[in-house]
Design a protein around this ligand. Structure first.
Ligand SMILES: Nc1ncnc2c1ncn2[C@@H]1O[C@H](COP(=O)(O)OP(=O)(O)OP(=O)(O)O)[C@@H](O)[C@H]1O
Length: 301
């Protein structure tokens, strides 16, 4: 895309609570590294959880070409939600603890480099999804995934090591629930430890739940994991971190644009790592090319 003759408006939405790198002054970095011949920046801090969708939508209505989420996947989700159906593109300055969508989109985790990508932008359209009407852009999940998100939401600790400790603690008491997954005309009934829906390939922190997921192909990858004991959990953990889950007999993969899940007992679920609630029925849908982003996508998105 050609550089416009005059700078365009870029609106930065900063979550003061996200991430573990809180010694970094993002406003200073933006002042130092953003090319003001390309972008005229405006910055605002969120005041509360759930503030960013309104801020993003308003910025788009006020003519911002670019709205940048400064935070982790929760903040990215909120900003992206607000931008759906507008003509503004999403940018990301990754400042979360997991940064799943930023990693999938090839956005550098070092903020000066992420700002350099905004200075020489490449715009792409990506798919987005929704679980029971709650938009997500990276991953959503039911079962153990959902439980972990609910416990993490109550925890004040952030970062990978706290997350791993929490996963191990919750695993000991978790009981997989009976459910039926209706997908591509088939009904699959089983006890499921996890049913994960992947628009992007990873949860964050390079934990790949669906290494083959392509964010521009009009399909989500559904990963079904049935009964898991301690030995299988160790294998799965290794598979997540090495992309080997794609070849594991413990995980079954399908691709589709819609999927339904019906469960006997209420199950916890999350969208982009944020705990949403409990339900017995789930409908997950994909919306092709529904969001414009600045990214560095290789041959396989
Ligand atoms: N001003 C605010 N005060 C309190 N919470 C906020 C505020 N702004 C946003 N939030 C909430 O903070 C939560 C966490 O944000 P985010 O996911 O960006 O960071 P993270 O959890 O550190 O990163 P990651 O998701 O990558 O692990 C989100 O649920 C968001 O709604």
């Amino acid at each position: 895309m050609e550089k416009p003759t005059a700078p365009e408006k870029a609106f930065f939405i900063l979550n003061p609570k996200s991430g573990v790198r809180n010694n970094i002054s993002v406003p200073d970095l933006i002042a130092q590294h953003l090319d003001t011949s390309r972008w005229t920046p405006e910055l605002v801090f969120t005041q509360y959880a759930g503030h960013a969708p309104d801020l993003a939508r308003q910025a788009a209505e006020d003519g911002a070409r670019l709205v940048v989420a400064v935070g982790g996947d929760g903040t990215v989700n909120e900003v992206a939600r607000g931008l759906k159906g507008t003509s503004a593109a999403l940018g990301i300055l990754p400042k979360g603890s997991g940064n799943g969508l930023a990693r999938h989109l090839g956005i550098p985790l070092a903020l000066p480099q992420a700002l350099a990508l905004l200075n020489r932008p490449t715009f792409h359209r990506i798919d987005s999804c929704a679980i029971n009407g709650h938009p997500f852009f990276c991953t959503a999940g039911i079962g153990f995934d959902g439980l972990v998100s609910s416990v993490f939401a109550k925890s004040t600790k952030r970062g990978l090591s706290s997350y791993v400790q929490l996963v191990v603690r919750e695993f000991r008491s978790f009981k997989a629930q009976e459910a039926t997954v209706s997908i591509n005309g088939r009904s699959l009934s089983s006890e499921f430890f996890v049913v994960a829906f992947a628009n992007a390939s990873q949860y964050g922190n390079n934990a790949y739940i669906a290494p083959m997921a392509n964010i521009q192909d009009g399909l989500m990858d559904v990963c079904l994991i049935r009964h898991v004991g301690v030995a299988e959990a160790i294998q799965l953990g290794y598979g997540l971190m090495t992309k080997q889950i794609a070849h594991s007999s413990l995980a079954e993969f399908h691709t589709c644009a819609t999927v339904r899940v019906q469960s006997e007992e209420p199950q916890y679920f999350h969208a982009d790592g944020e705990f949403i609630g409990q339900a017995t029925e789930f409908e997950v849908q994909l919306f092709p090319e529904s969001l414009e982003v600045i990214a560095s996508l290789g041959a396989k998105a």
